[in-house]
Write a protein that binds this ligand. Structure first.
Ligand code: GLN
Length: 622
């Protein structure tokens, strides 16, 4: 094994030019470009005579992220022929077009340890793998088997979907390889006599040479690599170009054989699946992270671009990107975990309901999750659930969940089943039924009767509370009429005071959905809910509270001149409305009652503040 290359030297103390605001990764690529431009080793390939005309000074580096950003340094728009970097894509295309069984029946997946153009087959007389010429020519033959004379066009279009643009062919390079490619002809005849390919050798080679002569830039290669790193979804166009199966198998053979007889050392040292081409390109795809494309025509003895290799080594070392050097902490996946004692819904409850919920708050457990629901994260969550007495309701809030892996979804489904067996109701918030994640979970759960969903976490908590209240005999009768004497805001008033108050109130009736109070309008009256339910929302739709009979709303009119929220009837509702003018007169006539009411109001506001603070605490404690 060779000595590891010296560590890449990015100055730890930033030079003054760093003051401008370039993203660090772009600055890193610029730096690689400047440093490795000095690297003059290697030789431009000329066994295909036309390739010998490449300008050895050209050097372009491009890096595409999985959110679709493309960084570029140097000659990233100079076209060159894709050559062997077409092999992984055509292999993926063959898998998706003919099915894995057919492809795997004629091509192996073992590294050969041989150079790319080796005329040697494995013990079964099959190509060792799809990354050497024998395997790649077999892939081209398979595509011909499926598409006949349309094979090349089919390949060109597929390569274009990986790049996100239509790709042309360098006719001169194609013609040059057609006349000089005797070694590939020898390989193709060997394949035919070994019954690996069953198509006309000339036609297969024409397809293969054309596919190698497709013109790309370093930028294209970065996007193509990022598509491989992104389970087959082109991060720039958003198109699912190939199936995740084909992509993962392609990355597998790139890992073991992408760099030919340098593959073992490459994966040991750099740890990023890659593929090179004799045109001077190198493609590196780090799954779930990035795609790199580099172009510099001078090659080493293995046929790999000298500067391109340096770039990949520097990237891997500088950012510690070796794909096997990874760790993850599942404990960060839970951002909050509580029962409803500490964080009830925004529904104001009457004393009976409040008592029931206080006694049974542990029946509802809320787990707020964040980030990716991966294998490890979901496993961790399931152990947190098992560690405490089993609740009757579990709410998983997924608002901050950004993605779900298949393994994570499968574990989620298994956890739901487990909970179902124990009679626990699962409630999901922050996920929609038509979402991809929901479908993925559904693949394994089938129809589960114990799973409910509410997009808003508060609505989920409220629903669970209602179930708890209901189970313990506290069902709410929405038709029940509540008198002013039962209003918390009016607690402690004498019957005479209440009678006087009733005389200035008018009873209003509201239809479901009717707007009672509008944000910004003058606050000229207060309301005491007599029957039904209303909800208070901010103008952007965020629900602050749901109120039922016995509660006041619009009471902030005592403190503010304009309404700060909307109030809408949930169900049909009736309320006593008292005009502020009349109320002020009442307060003057009854100073003792007035003081009582203001004290009650202060108490109600203090209670709300305590709940709000608890909520903030719950989120910051994690
Ligand atoms: N067209 C070239 C050949 O078959 C591709 C080889 C390569 O890029 N390694 O020789």
């Amino acid at each position: 094994m060779k000595q590891p290359p010296p560590a890449f030297a990015v100055a730890p103390s930033a030079p003054s030019s760093w003051a401008s605001s370039k993203p660090p990764l772009l600055r890193f690529l610029d730096r690689c470009h400047a440093d490795f431009s000095k690297e003059a080793g290697g030789a431009v390939a000329d066994y295909i005579p036309e390739l010998g005309k490449a300008d050895p000074a050209h050097f372009g580096i491009s890096l595409a992220t999985l959110d679709g950003h493309v960084y570029e340094a140097g000659d990233t728009s100079v076209p060159f022929t894709i050559q062997s970097m077409s092999k992984p894509f055509v292999f993926a295309l063959a898998l998706d077009t003919l099915g894995a069984a057919r492809v795997e029946s004629v091509i192996g997946v073992e590294p050969s340890g041989d150079p790319f153009n080796s005329i040697r087959l494995n013990a079964e007389n099959h190509p060792f793998n799809p990354m050497v010429n024998a395997g790649a020519i077999t892939c081209s033959s398979l595509i011909r088997e499926a598409k006949g004379d349309g094979a090349f066009e089919y390949i060109r279009q597929a390569l274009g979907r990986f790049a996100g643009r239509d790709l042309a062919v360098d006719e001169a390079v194609f013609a040059s390889e057609s006349v000089s490619g005797d070694r590939n002809r020898a390989i193709a005849y060997l394949l035919r006599t070994s019954h690996v390919i069953n198509q006309d050798v000339g036609a297969v080679l024409e397809t293969y040479f054309r596919q190698c002569a497709v013109l790309v830039t370093a930028r294209d290669i970065a996007v193509m690599a990022a598509t491989l790193a992104n389970r087959g979804v082109n991060p720039v166009t958003g198109e699912q170009v190939m199936t995740p199966y084909a992509i993962s198998r392609t990355l597998s053979v790139m890992t073991s054989s992408g760099m030919y007889d340098y593959a073992g050392e490459w994966i040991y040292r750099v740890g990023i699946p890659a593929k090179s081409g004799v045109g001077g390109g190198i493609l590196a795809a780090l799954p779930a992270r990035l795609g790199l494309g580099s172009y510099s025509p001078k090659l080493d003895g293995h046929g790999n671009s000298v500067r391109g290799i340096k770039v990949c080594e520097a990237l891997s070392q500088h950012y510690d990107l070796h794909m096997l050097n990874r760790s993850d902490d599942a404990r960060t996946s839970i951002i909050a975990d509580y029962d409803i004692g500490k964080n009830p819904s925004r529904r104001d409850r009457r004393p009976l309901e409040r008592n029931i919920l206080a006694a049974h708050h542990r029946d509802v457990r809320v787990i707020e999750l964040v980030g990716t629901l991966s294998f490890s994260n979901v496993d961790y969550v399931s152990r947190q659930l098992a560690a405490k007495p089993r609740p009757q309701f579990v709410i998983f809030d997924l608002h901050r969940v950004t993605s779900m892996t298949r393994a994570g979804a499968r574990l989620v489904a298994e956890e739901f089943r487990e909970l179902s067996v124990h009679g626990v109701t699962v409630i999901l918030s922050g996920i929609k039924r038509d979402s991809r994640d929901w479908k993925m979970i559904g693949e394994w759960t089938g129809e589960l009767s114990n799973v409910r969903d509410f997009f808003l976490l508060d609505a989920a908590i409220e629903w669970a509370e209602d179930q708890v209240v209901y189970r313990h005999g506290g069902a709410i009768d929405f038709h029940e009429i509540t008198e002013l004497s039962e209003q918390a805001l009016l607690a402690g008033l004498t019957p005479e005071e209440l009678t006087d108050l009733a005389s200035i109130a008018s009873v209003r009736t509201y239809q479901p959905g009717e707007k009672i109070v509008t944000t910004g309008s003058p606050a000229t009256s207060l309301y005491f809910l007599r029957s039904g339910a209303v909800h208070v929302t901010l103008s952007d739709g965020i629900r602050l509270a749901t109120l039922t009979a016995g509660m006041a709303f619009g009471e902030m009119a005592l403190l503010e001149t304009h309404r700060s929220a909307d109030v809408l009837a949930d169900l049909s509702a009736t309320a006593y409305e008292i005009a502020l003018r009349d109320f002020e007169r009442f307060r003057k006539q009854h100073p003792r009652a007035s003081e009582r009411i203001m004290r009650n109001l202060a108490q109600l506001l203090a209670d709300r503040l305590i709940v709000a603070n608890t909520r903030v605490d719950l989120l910051t404690a994690h």
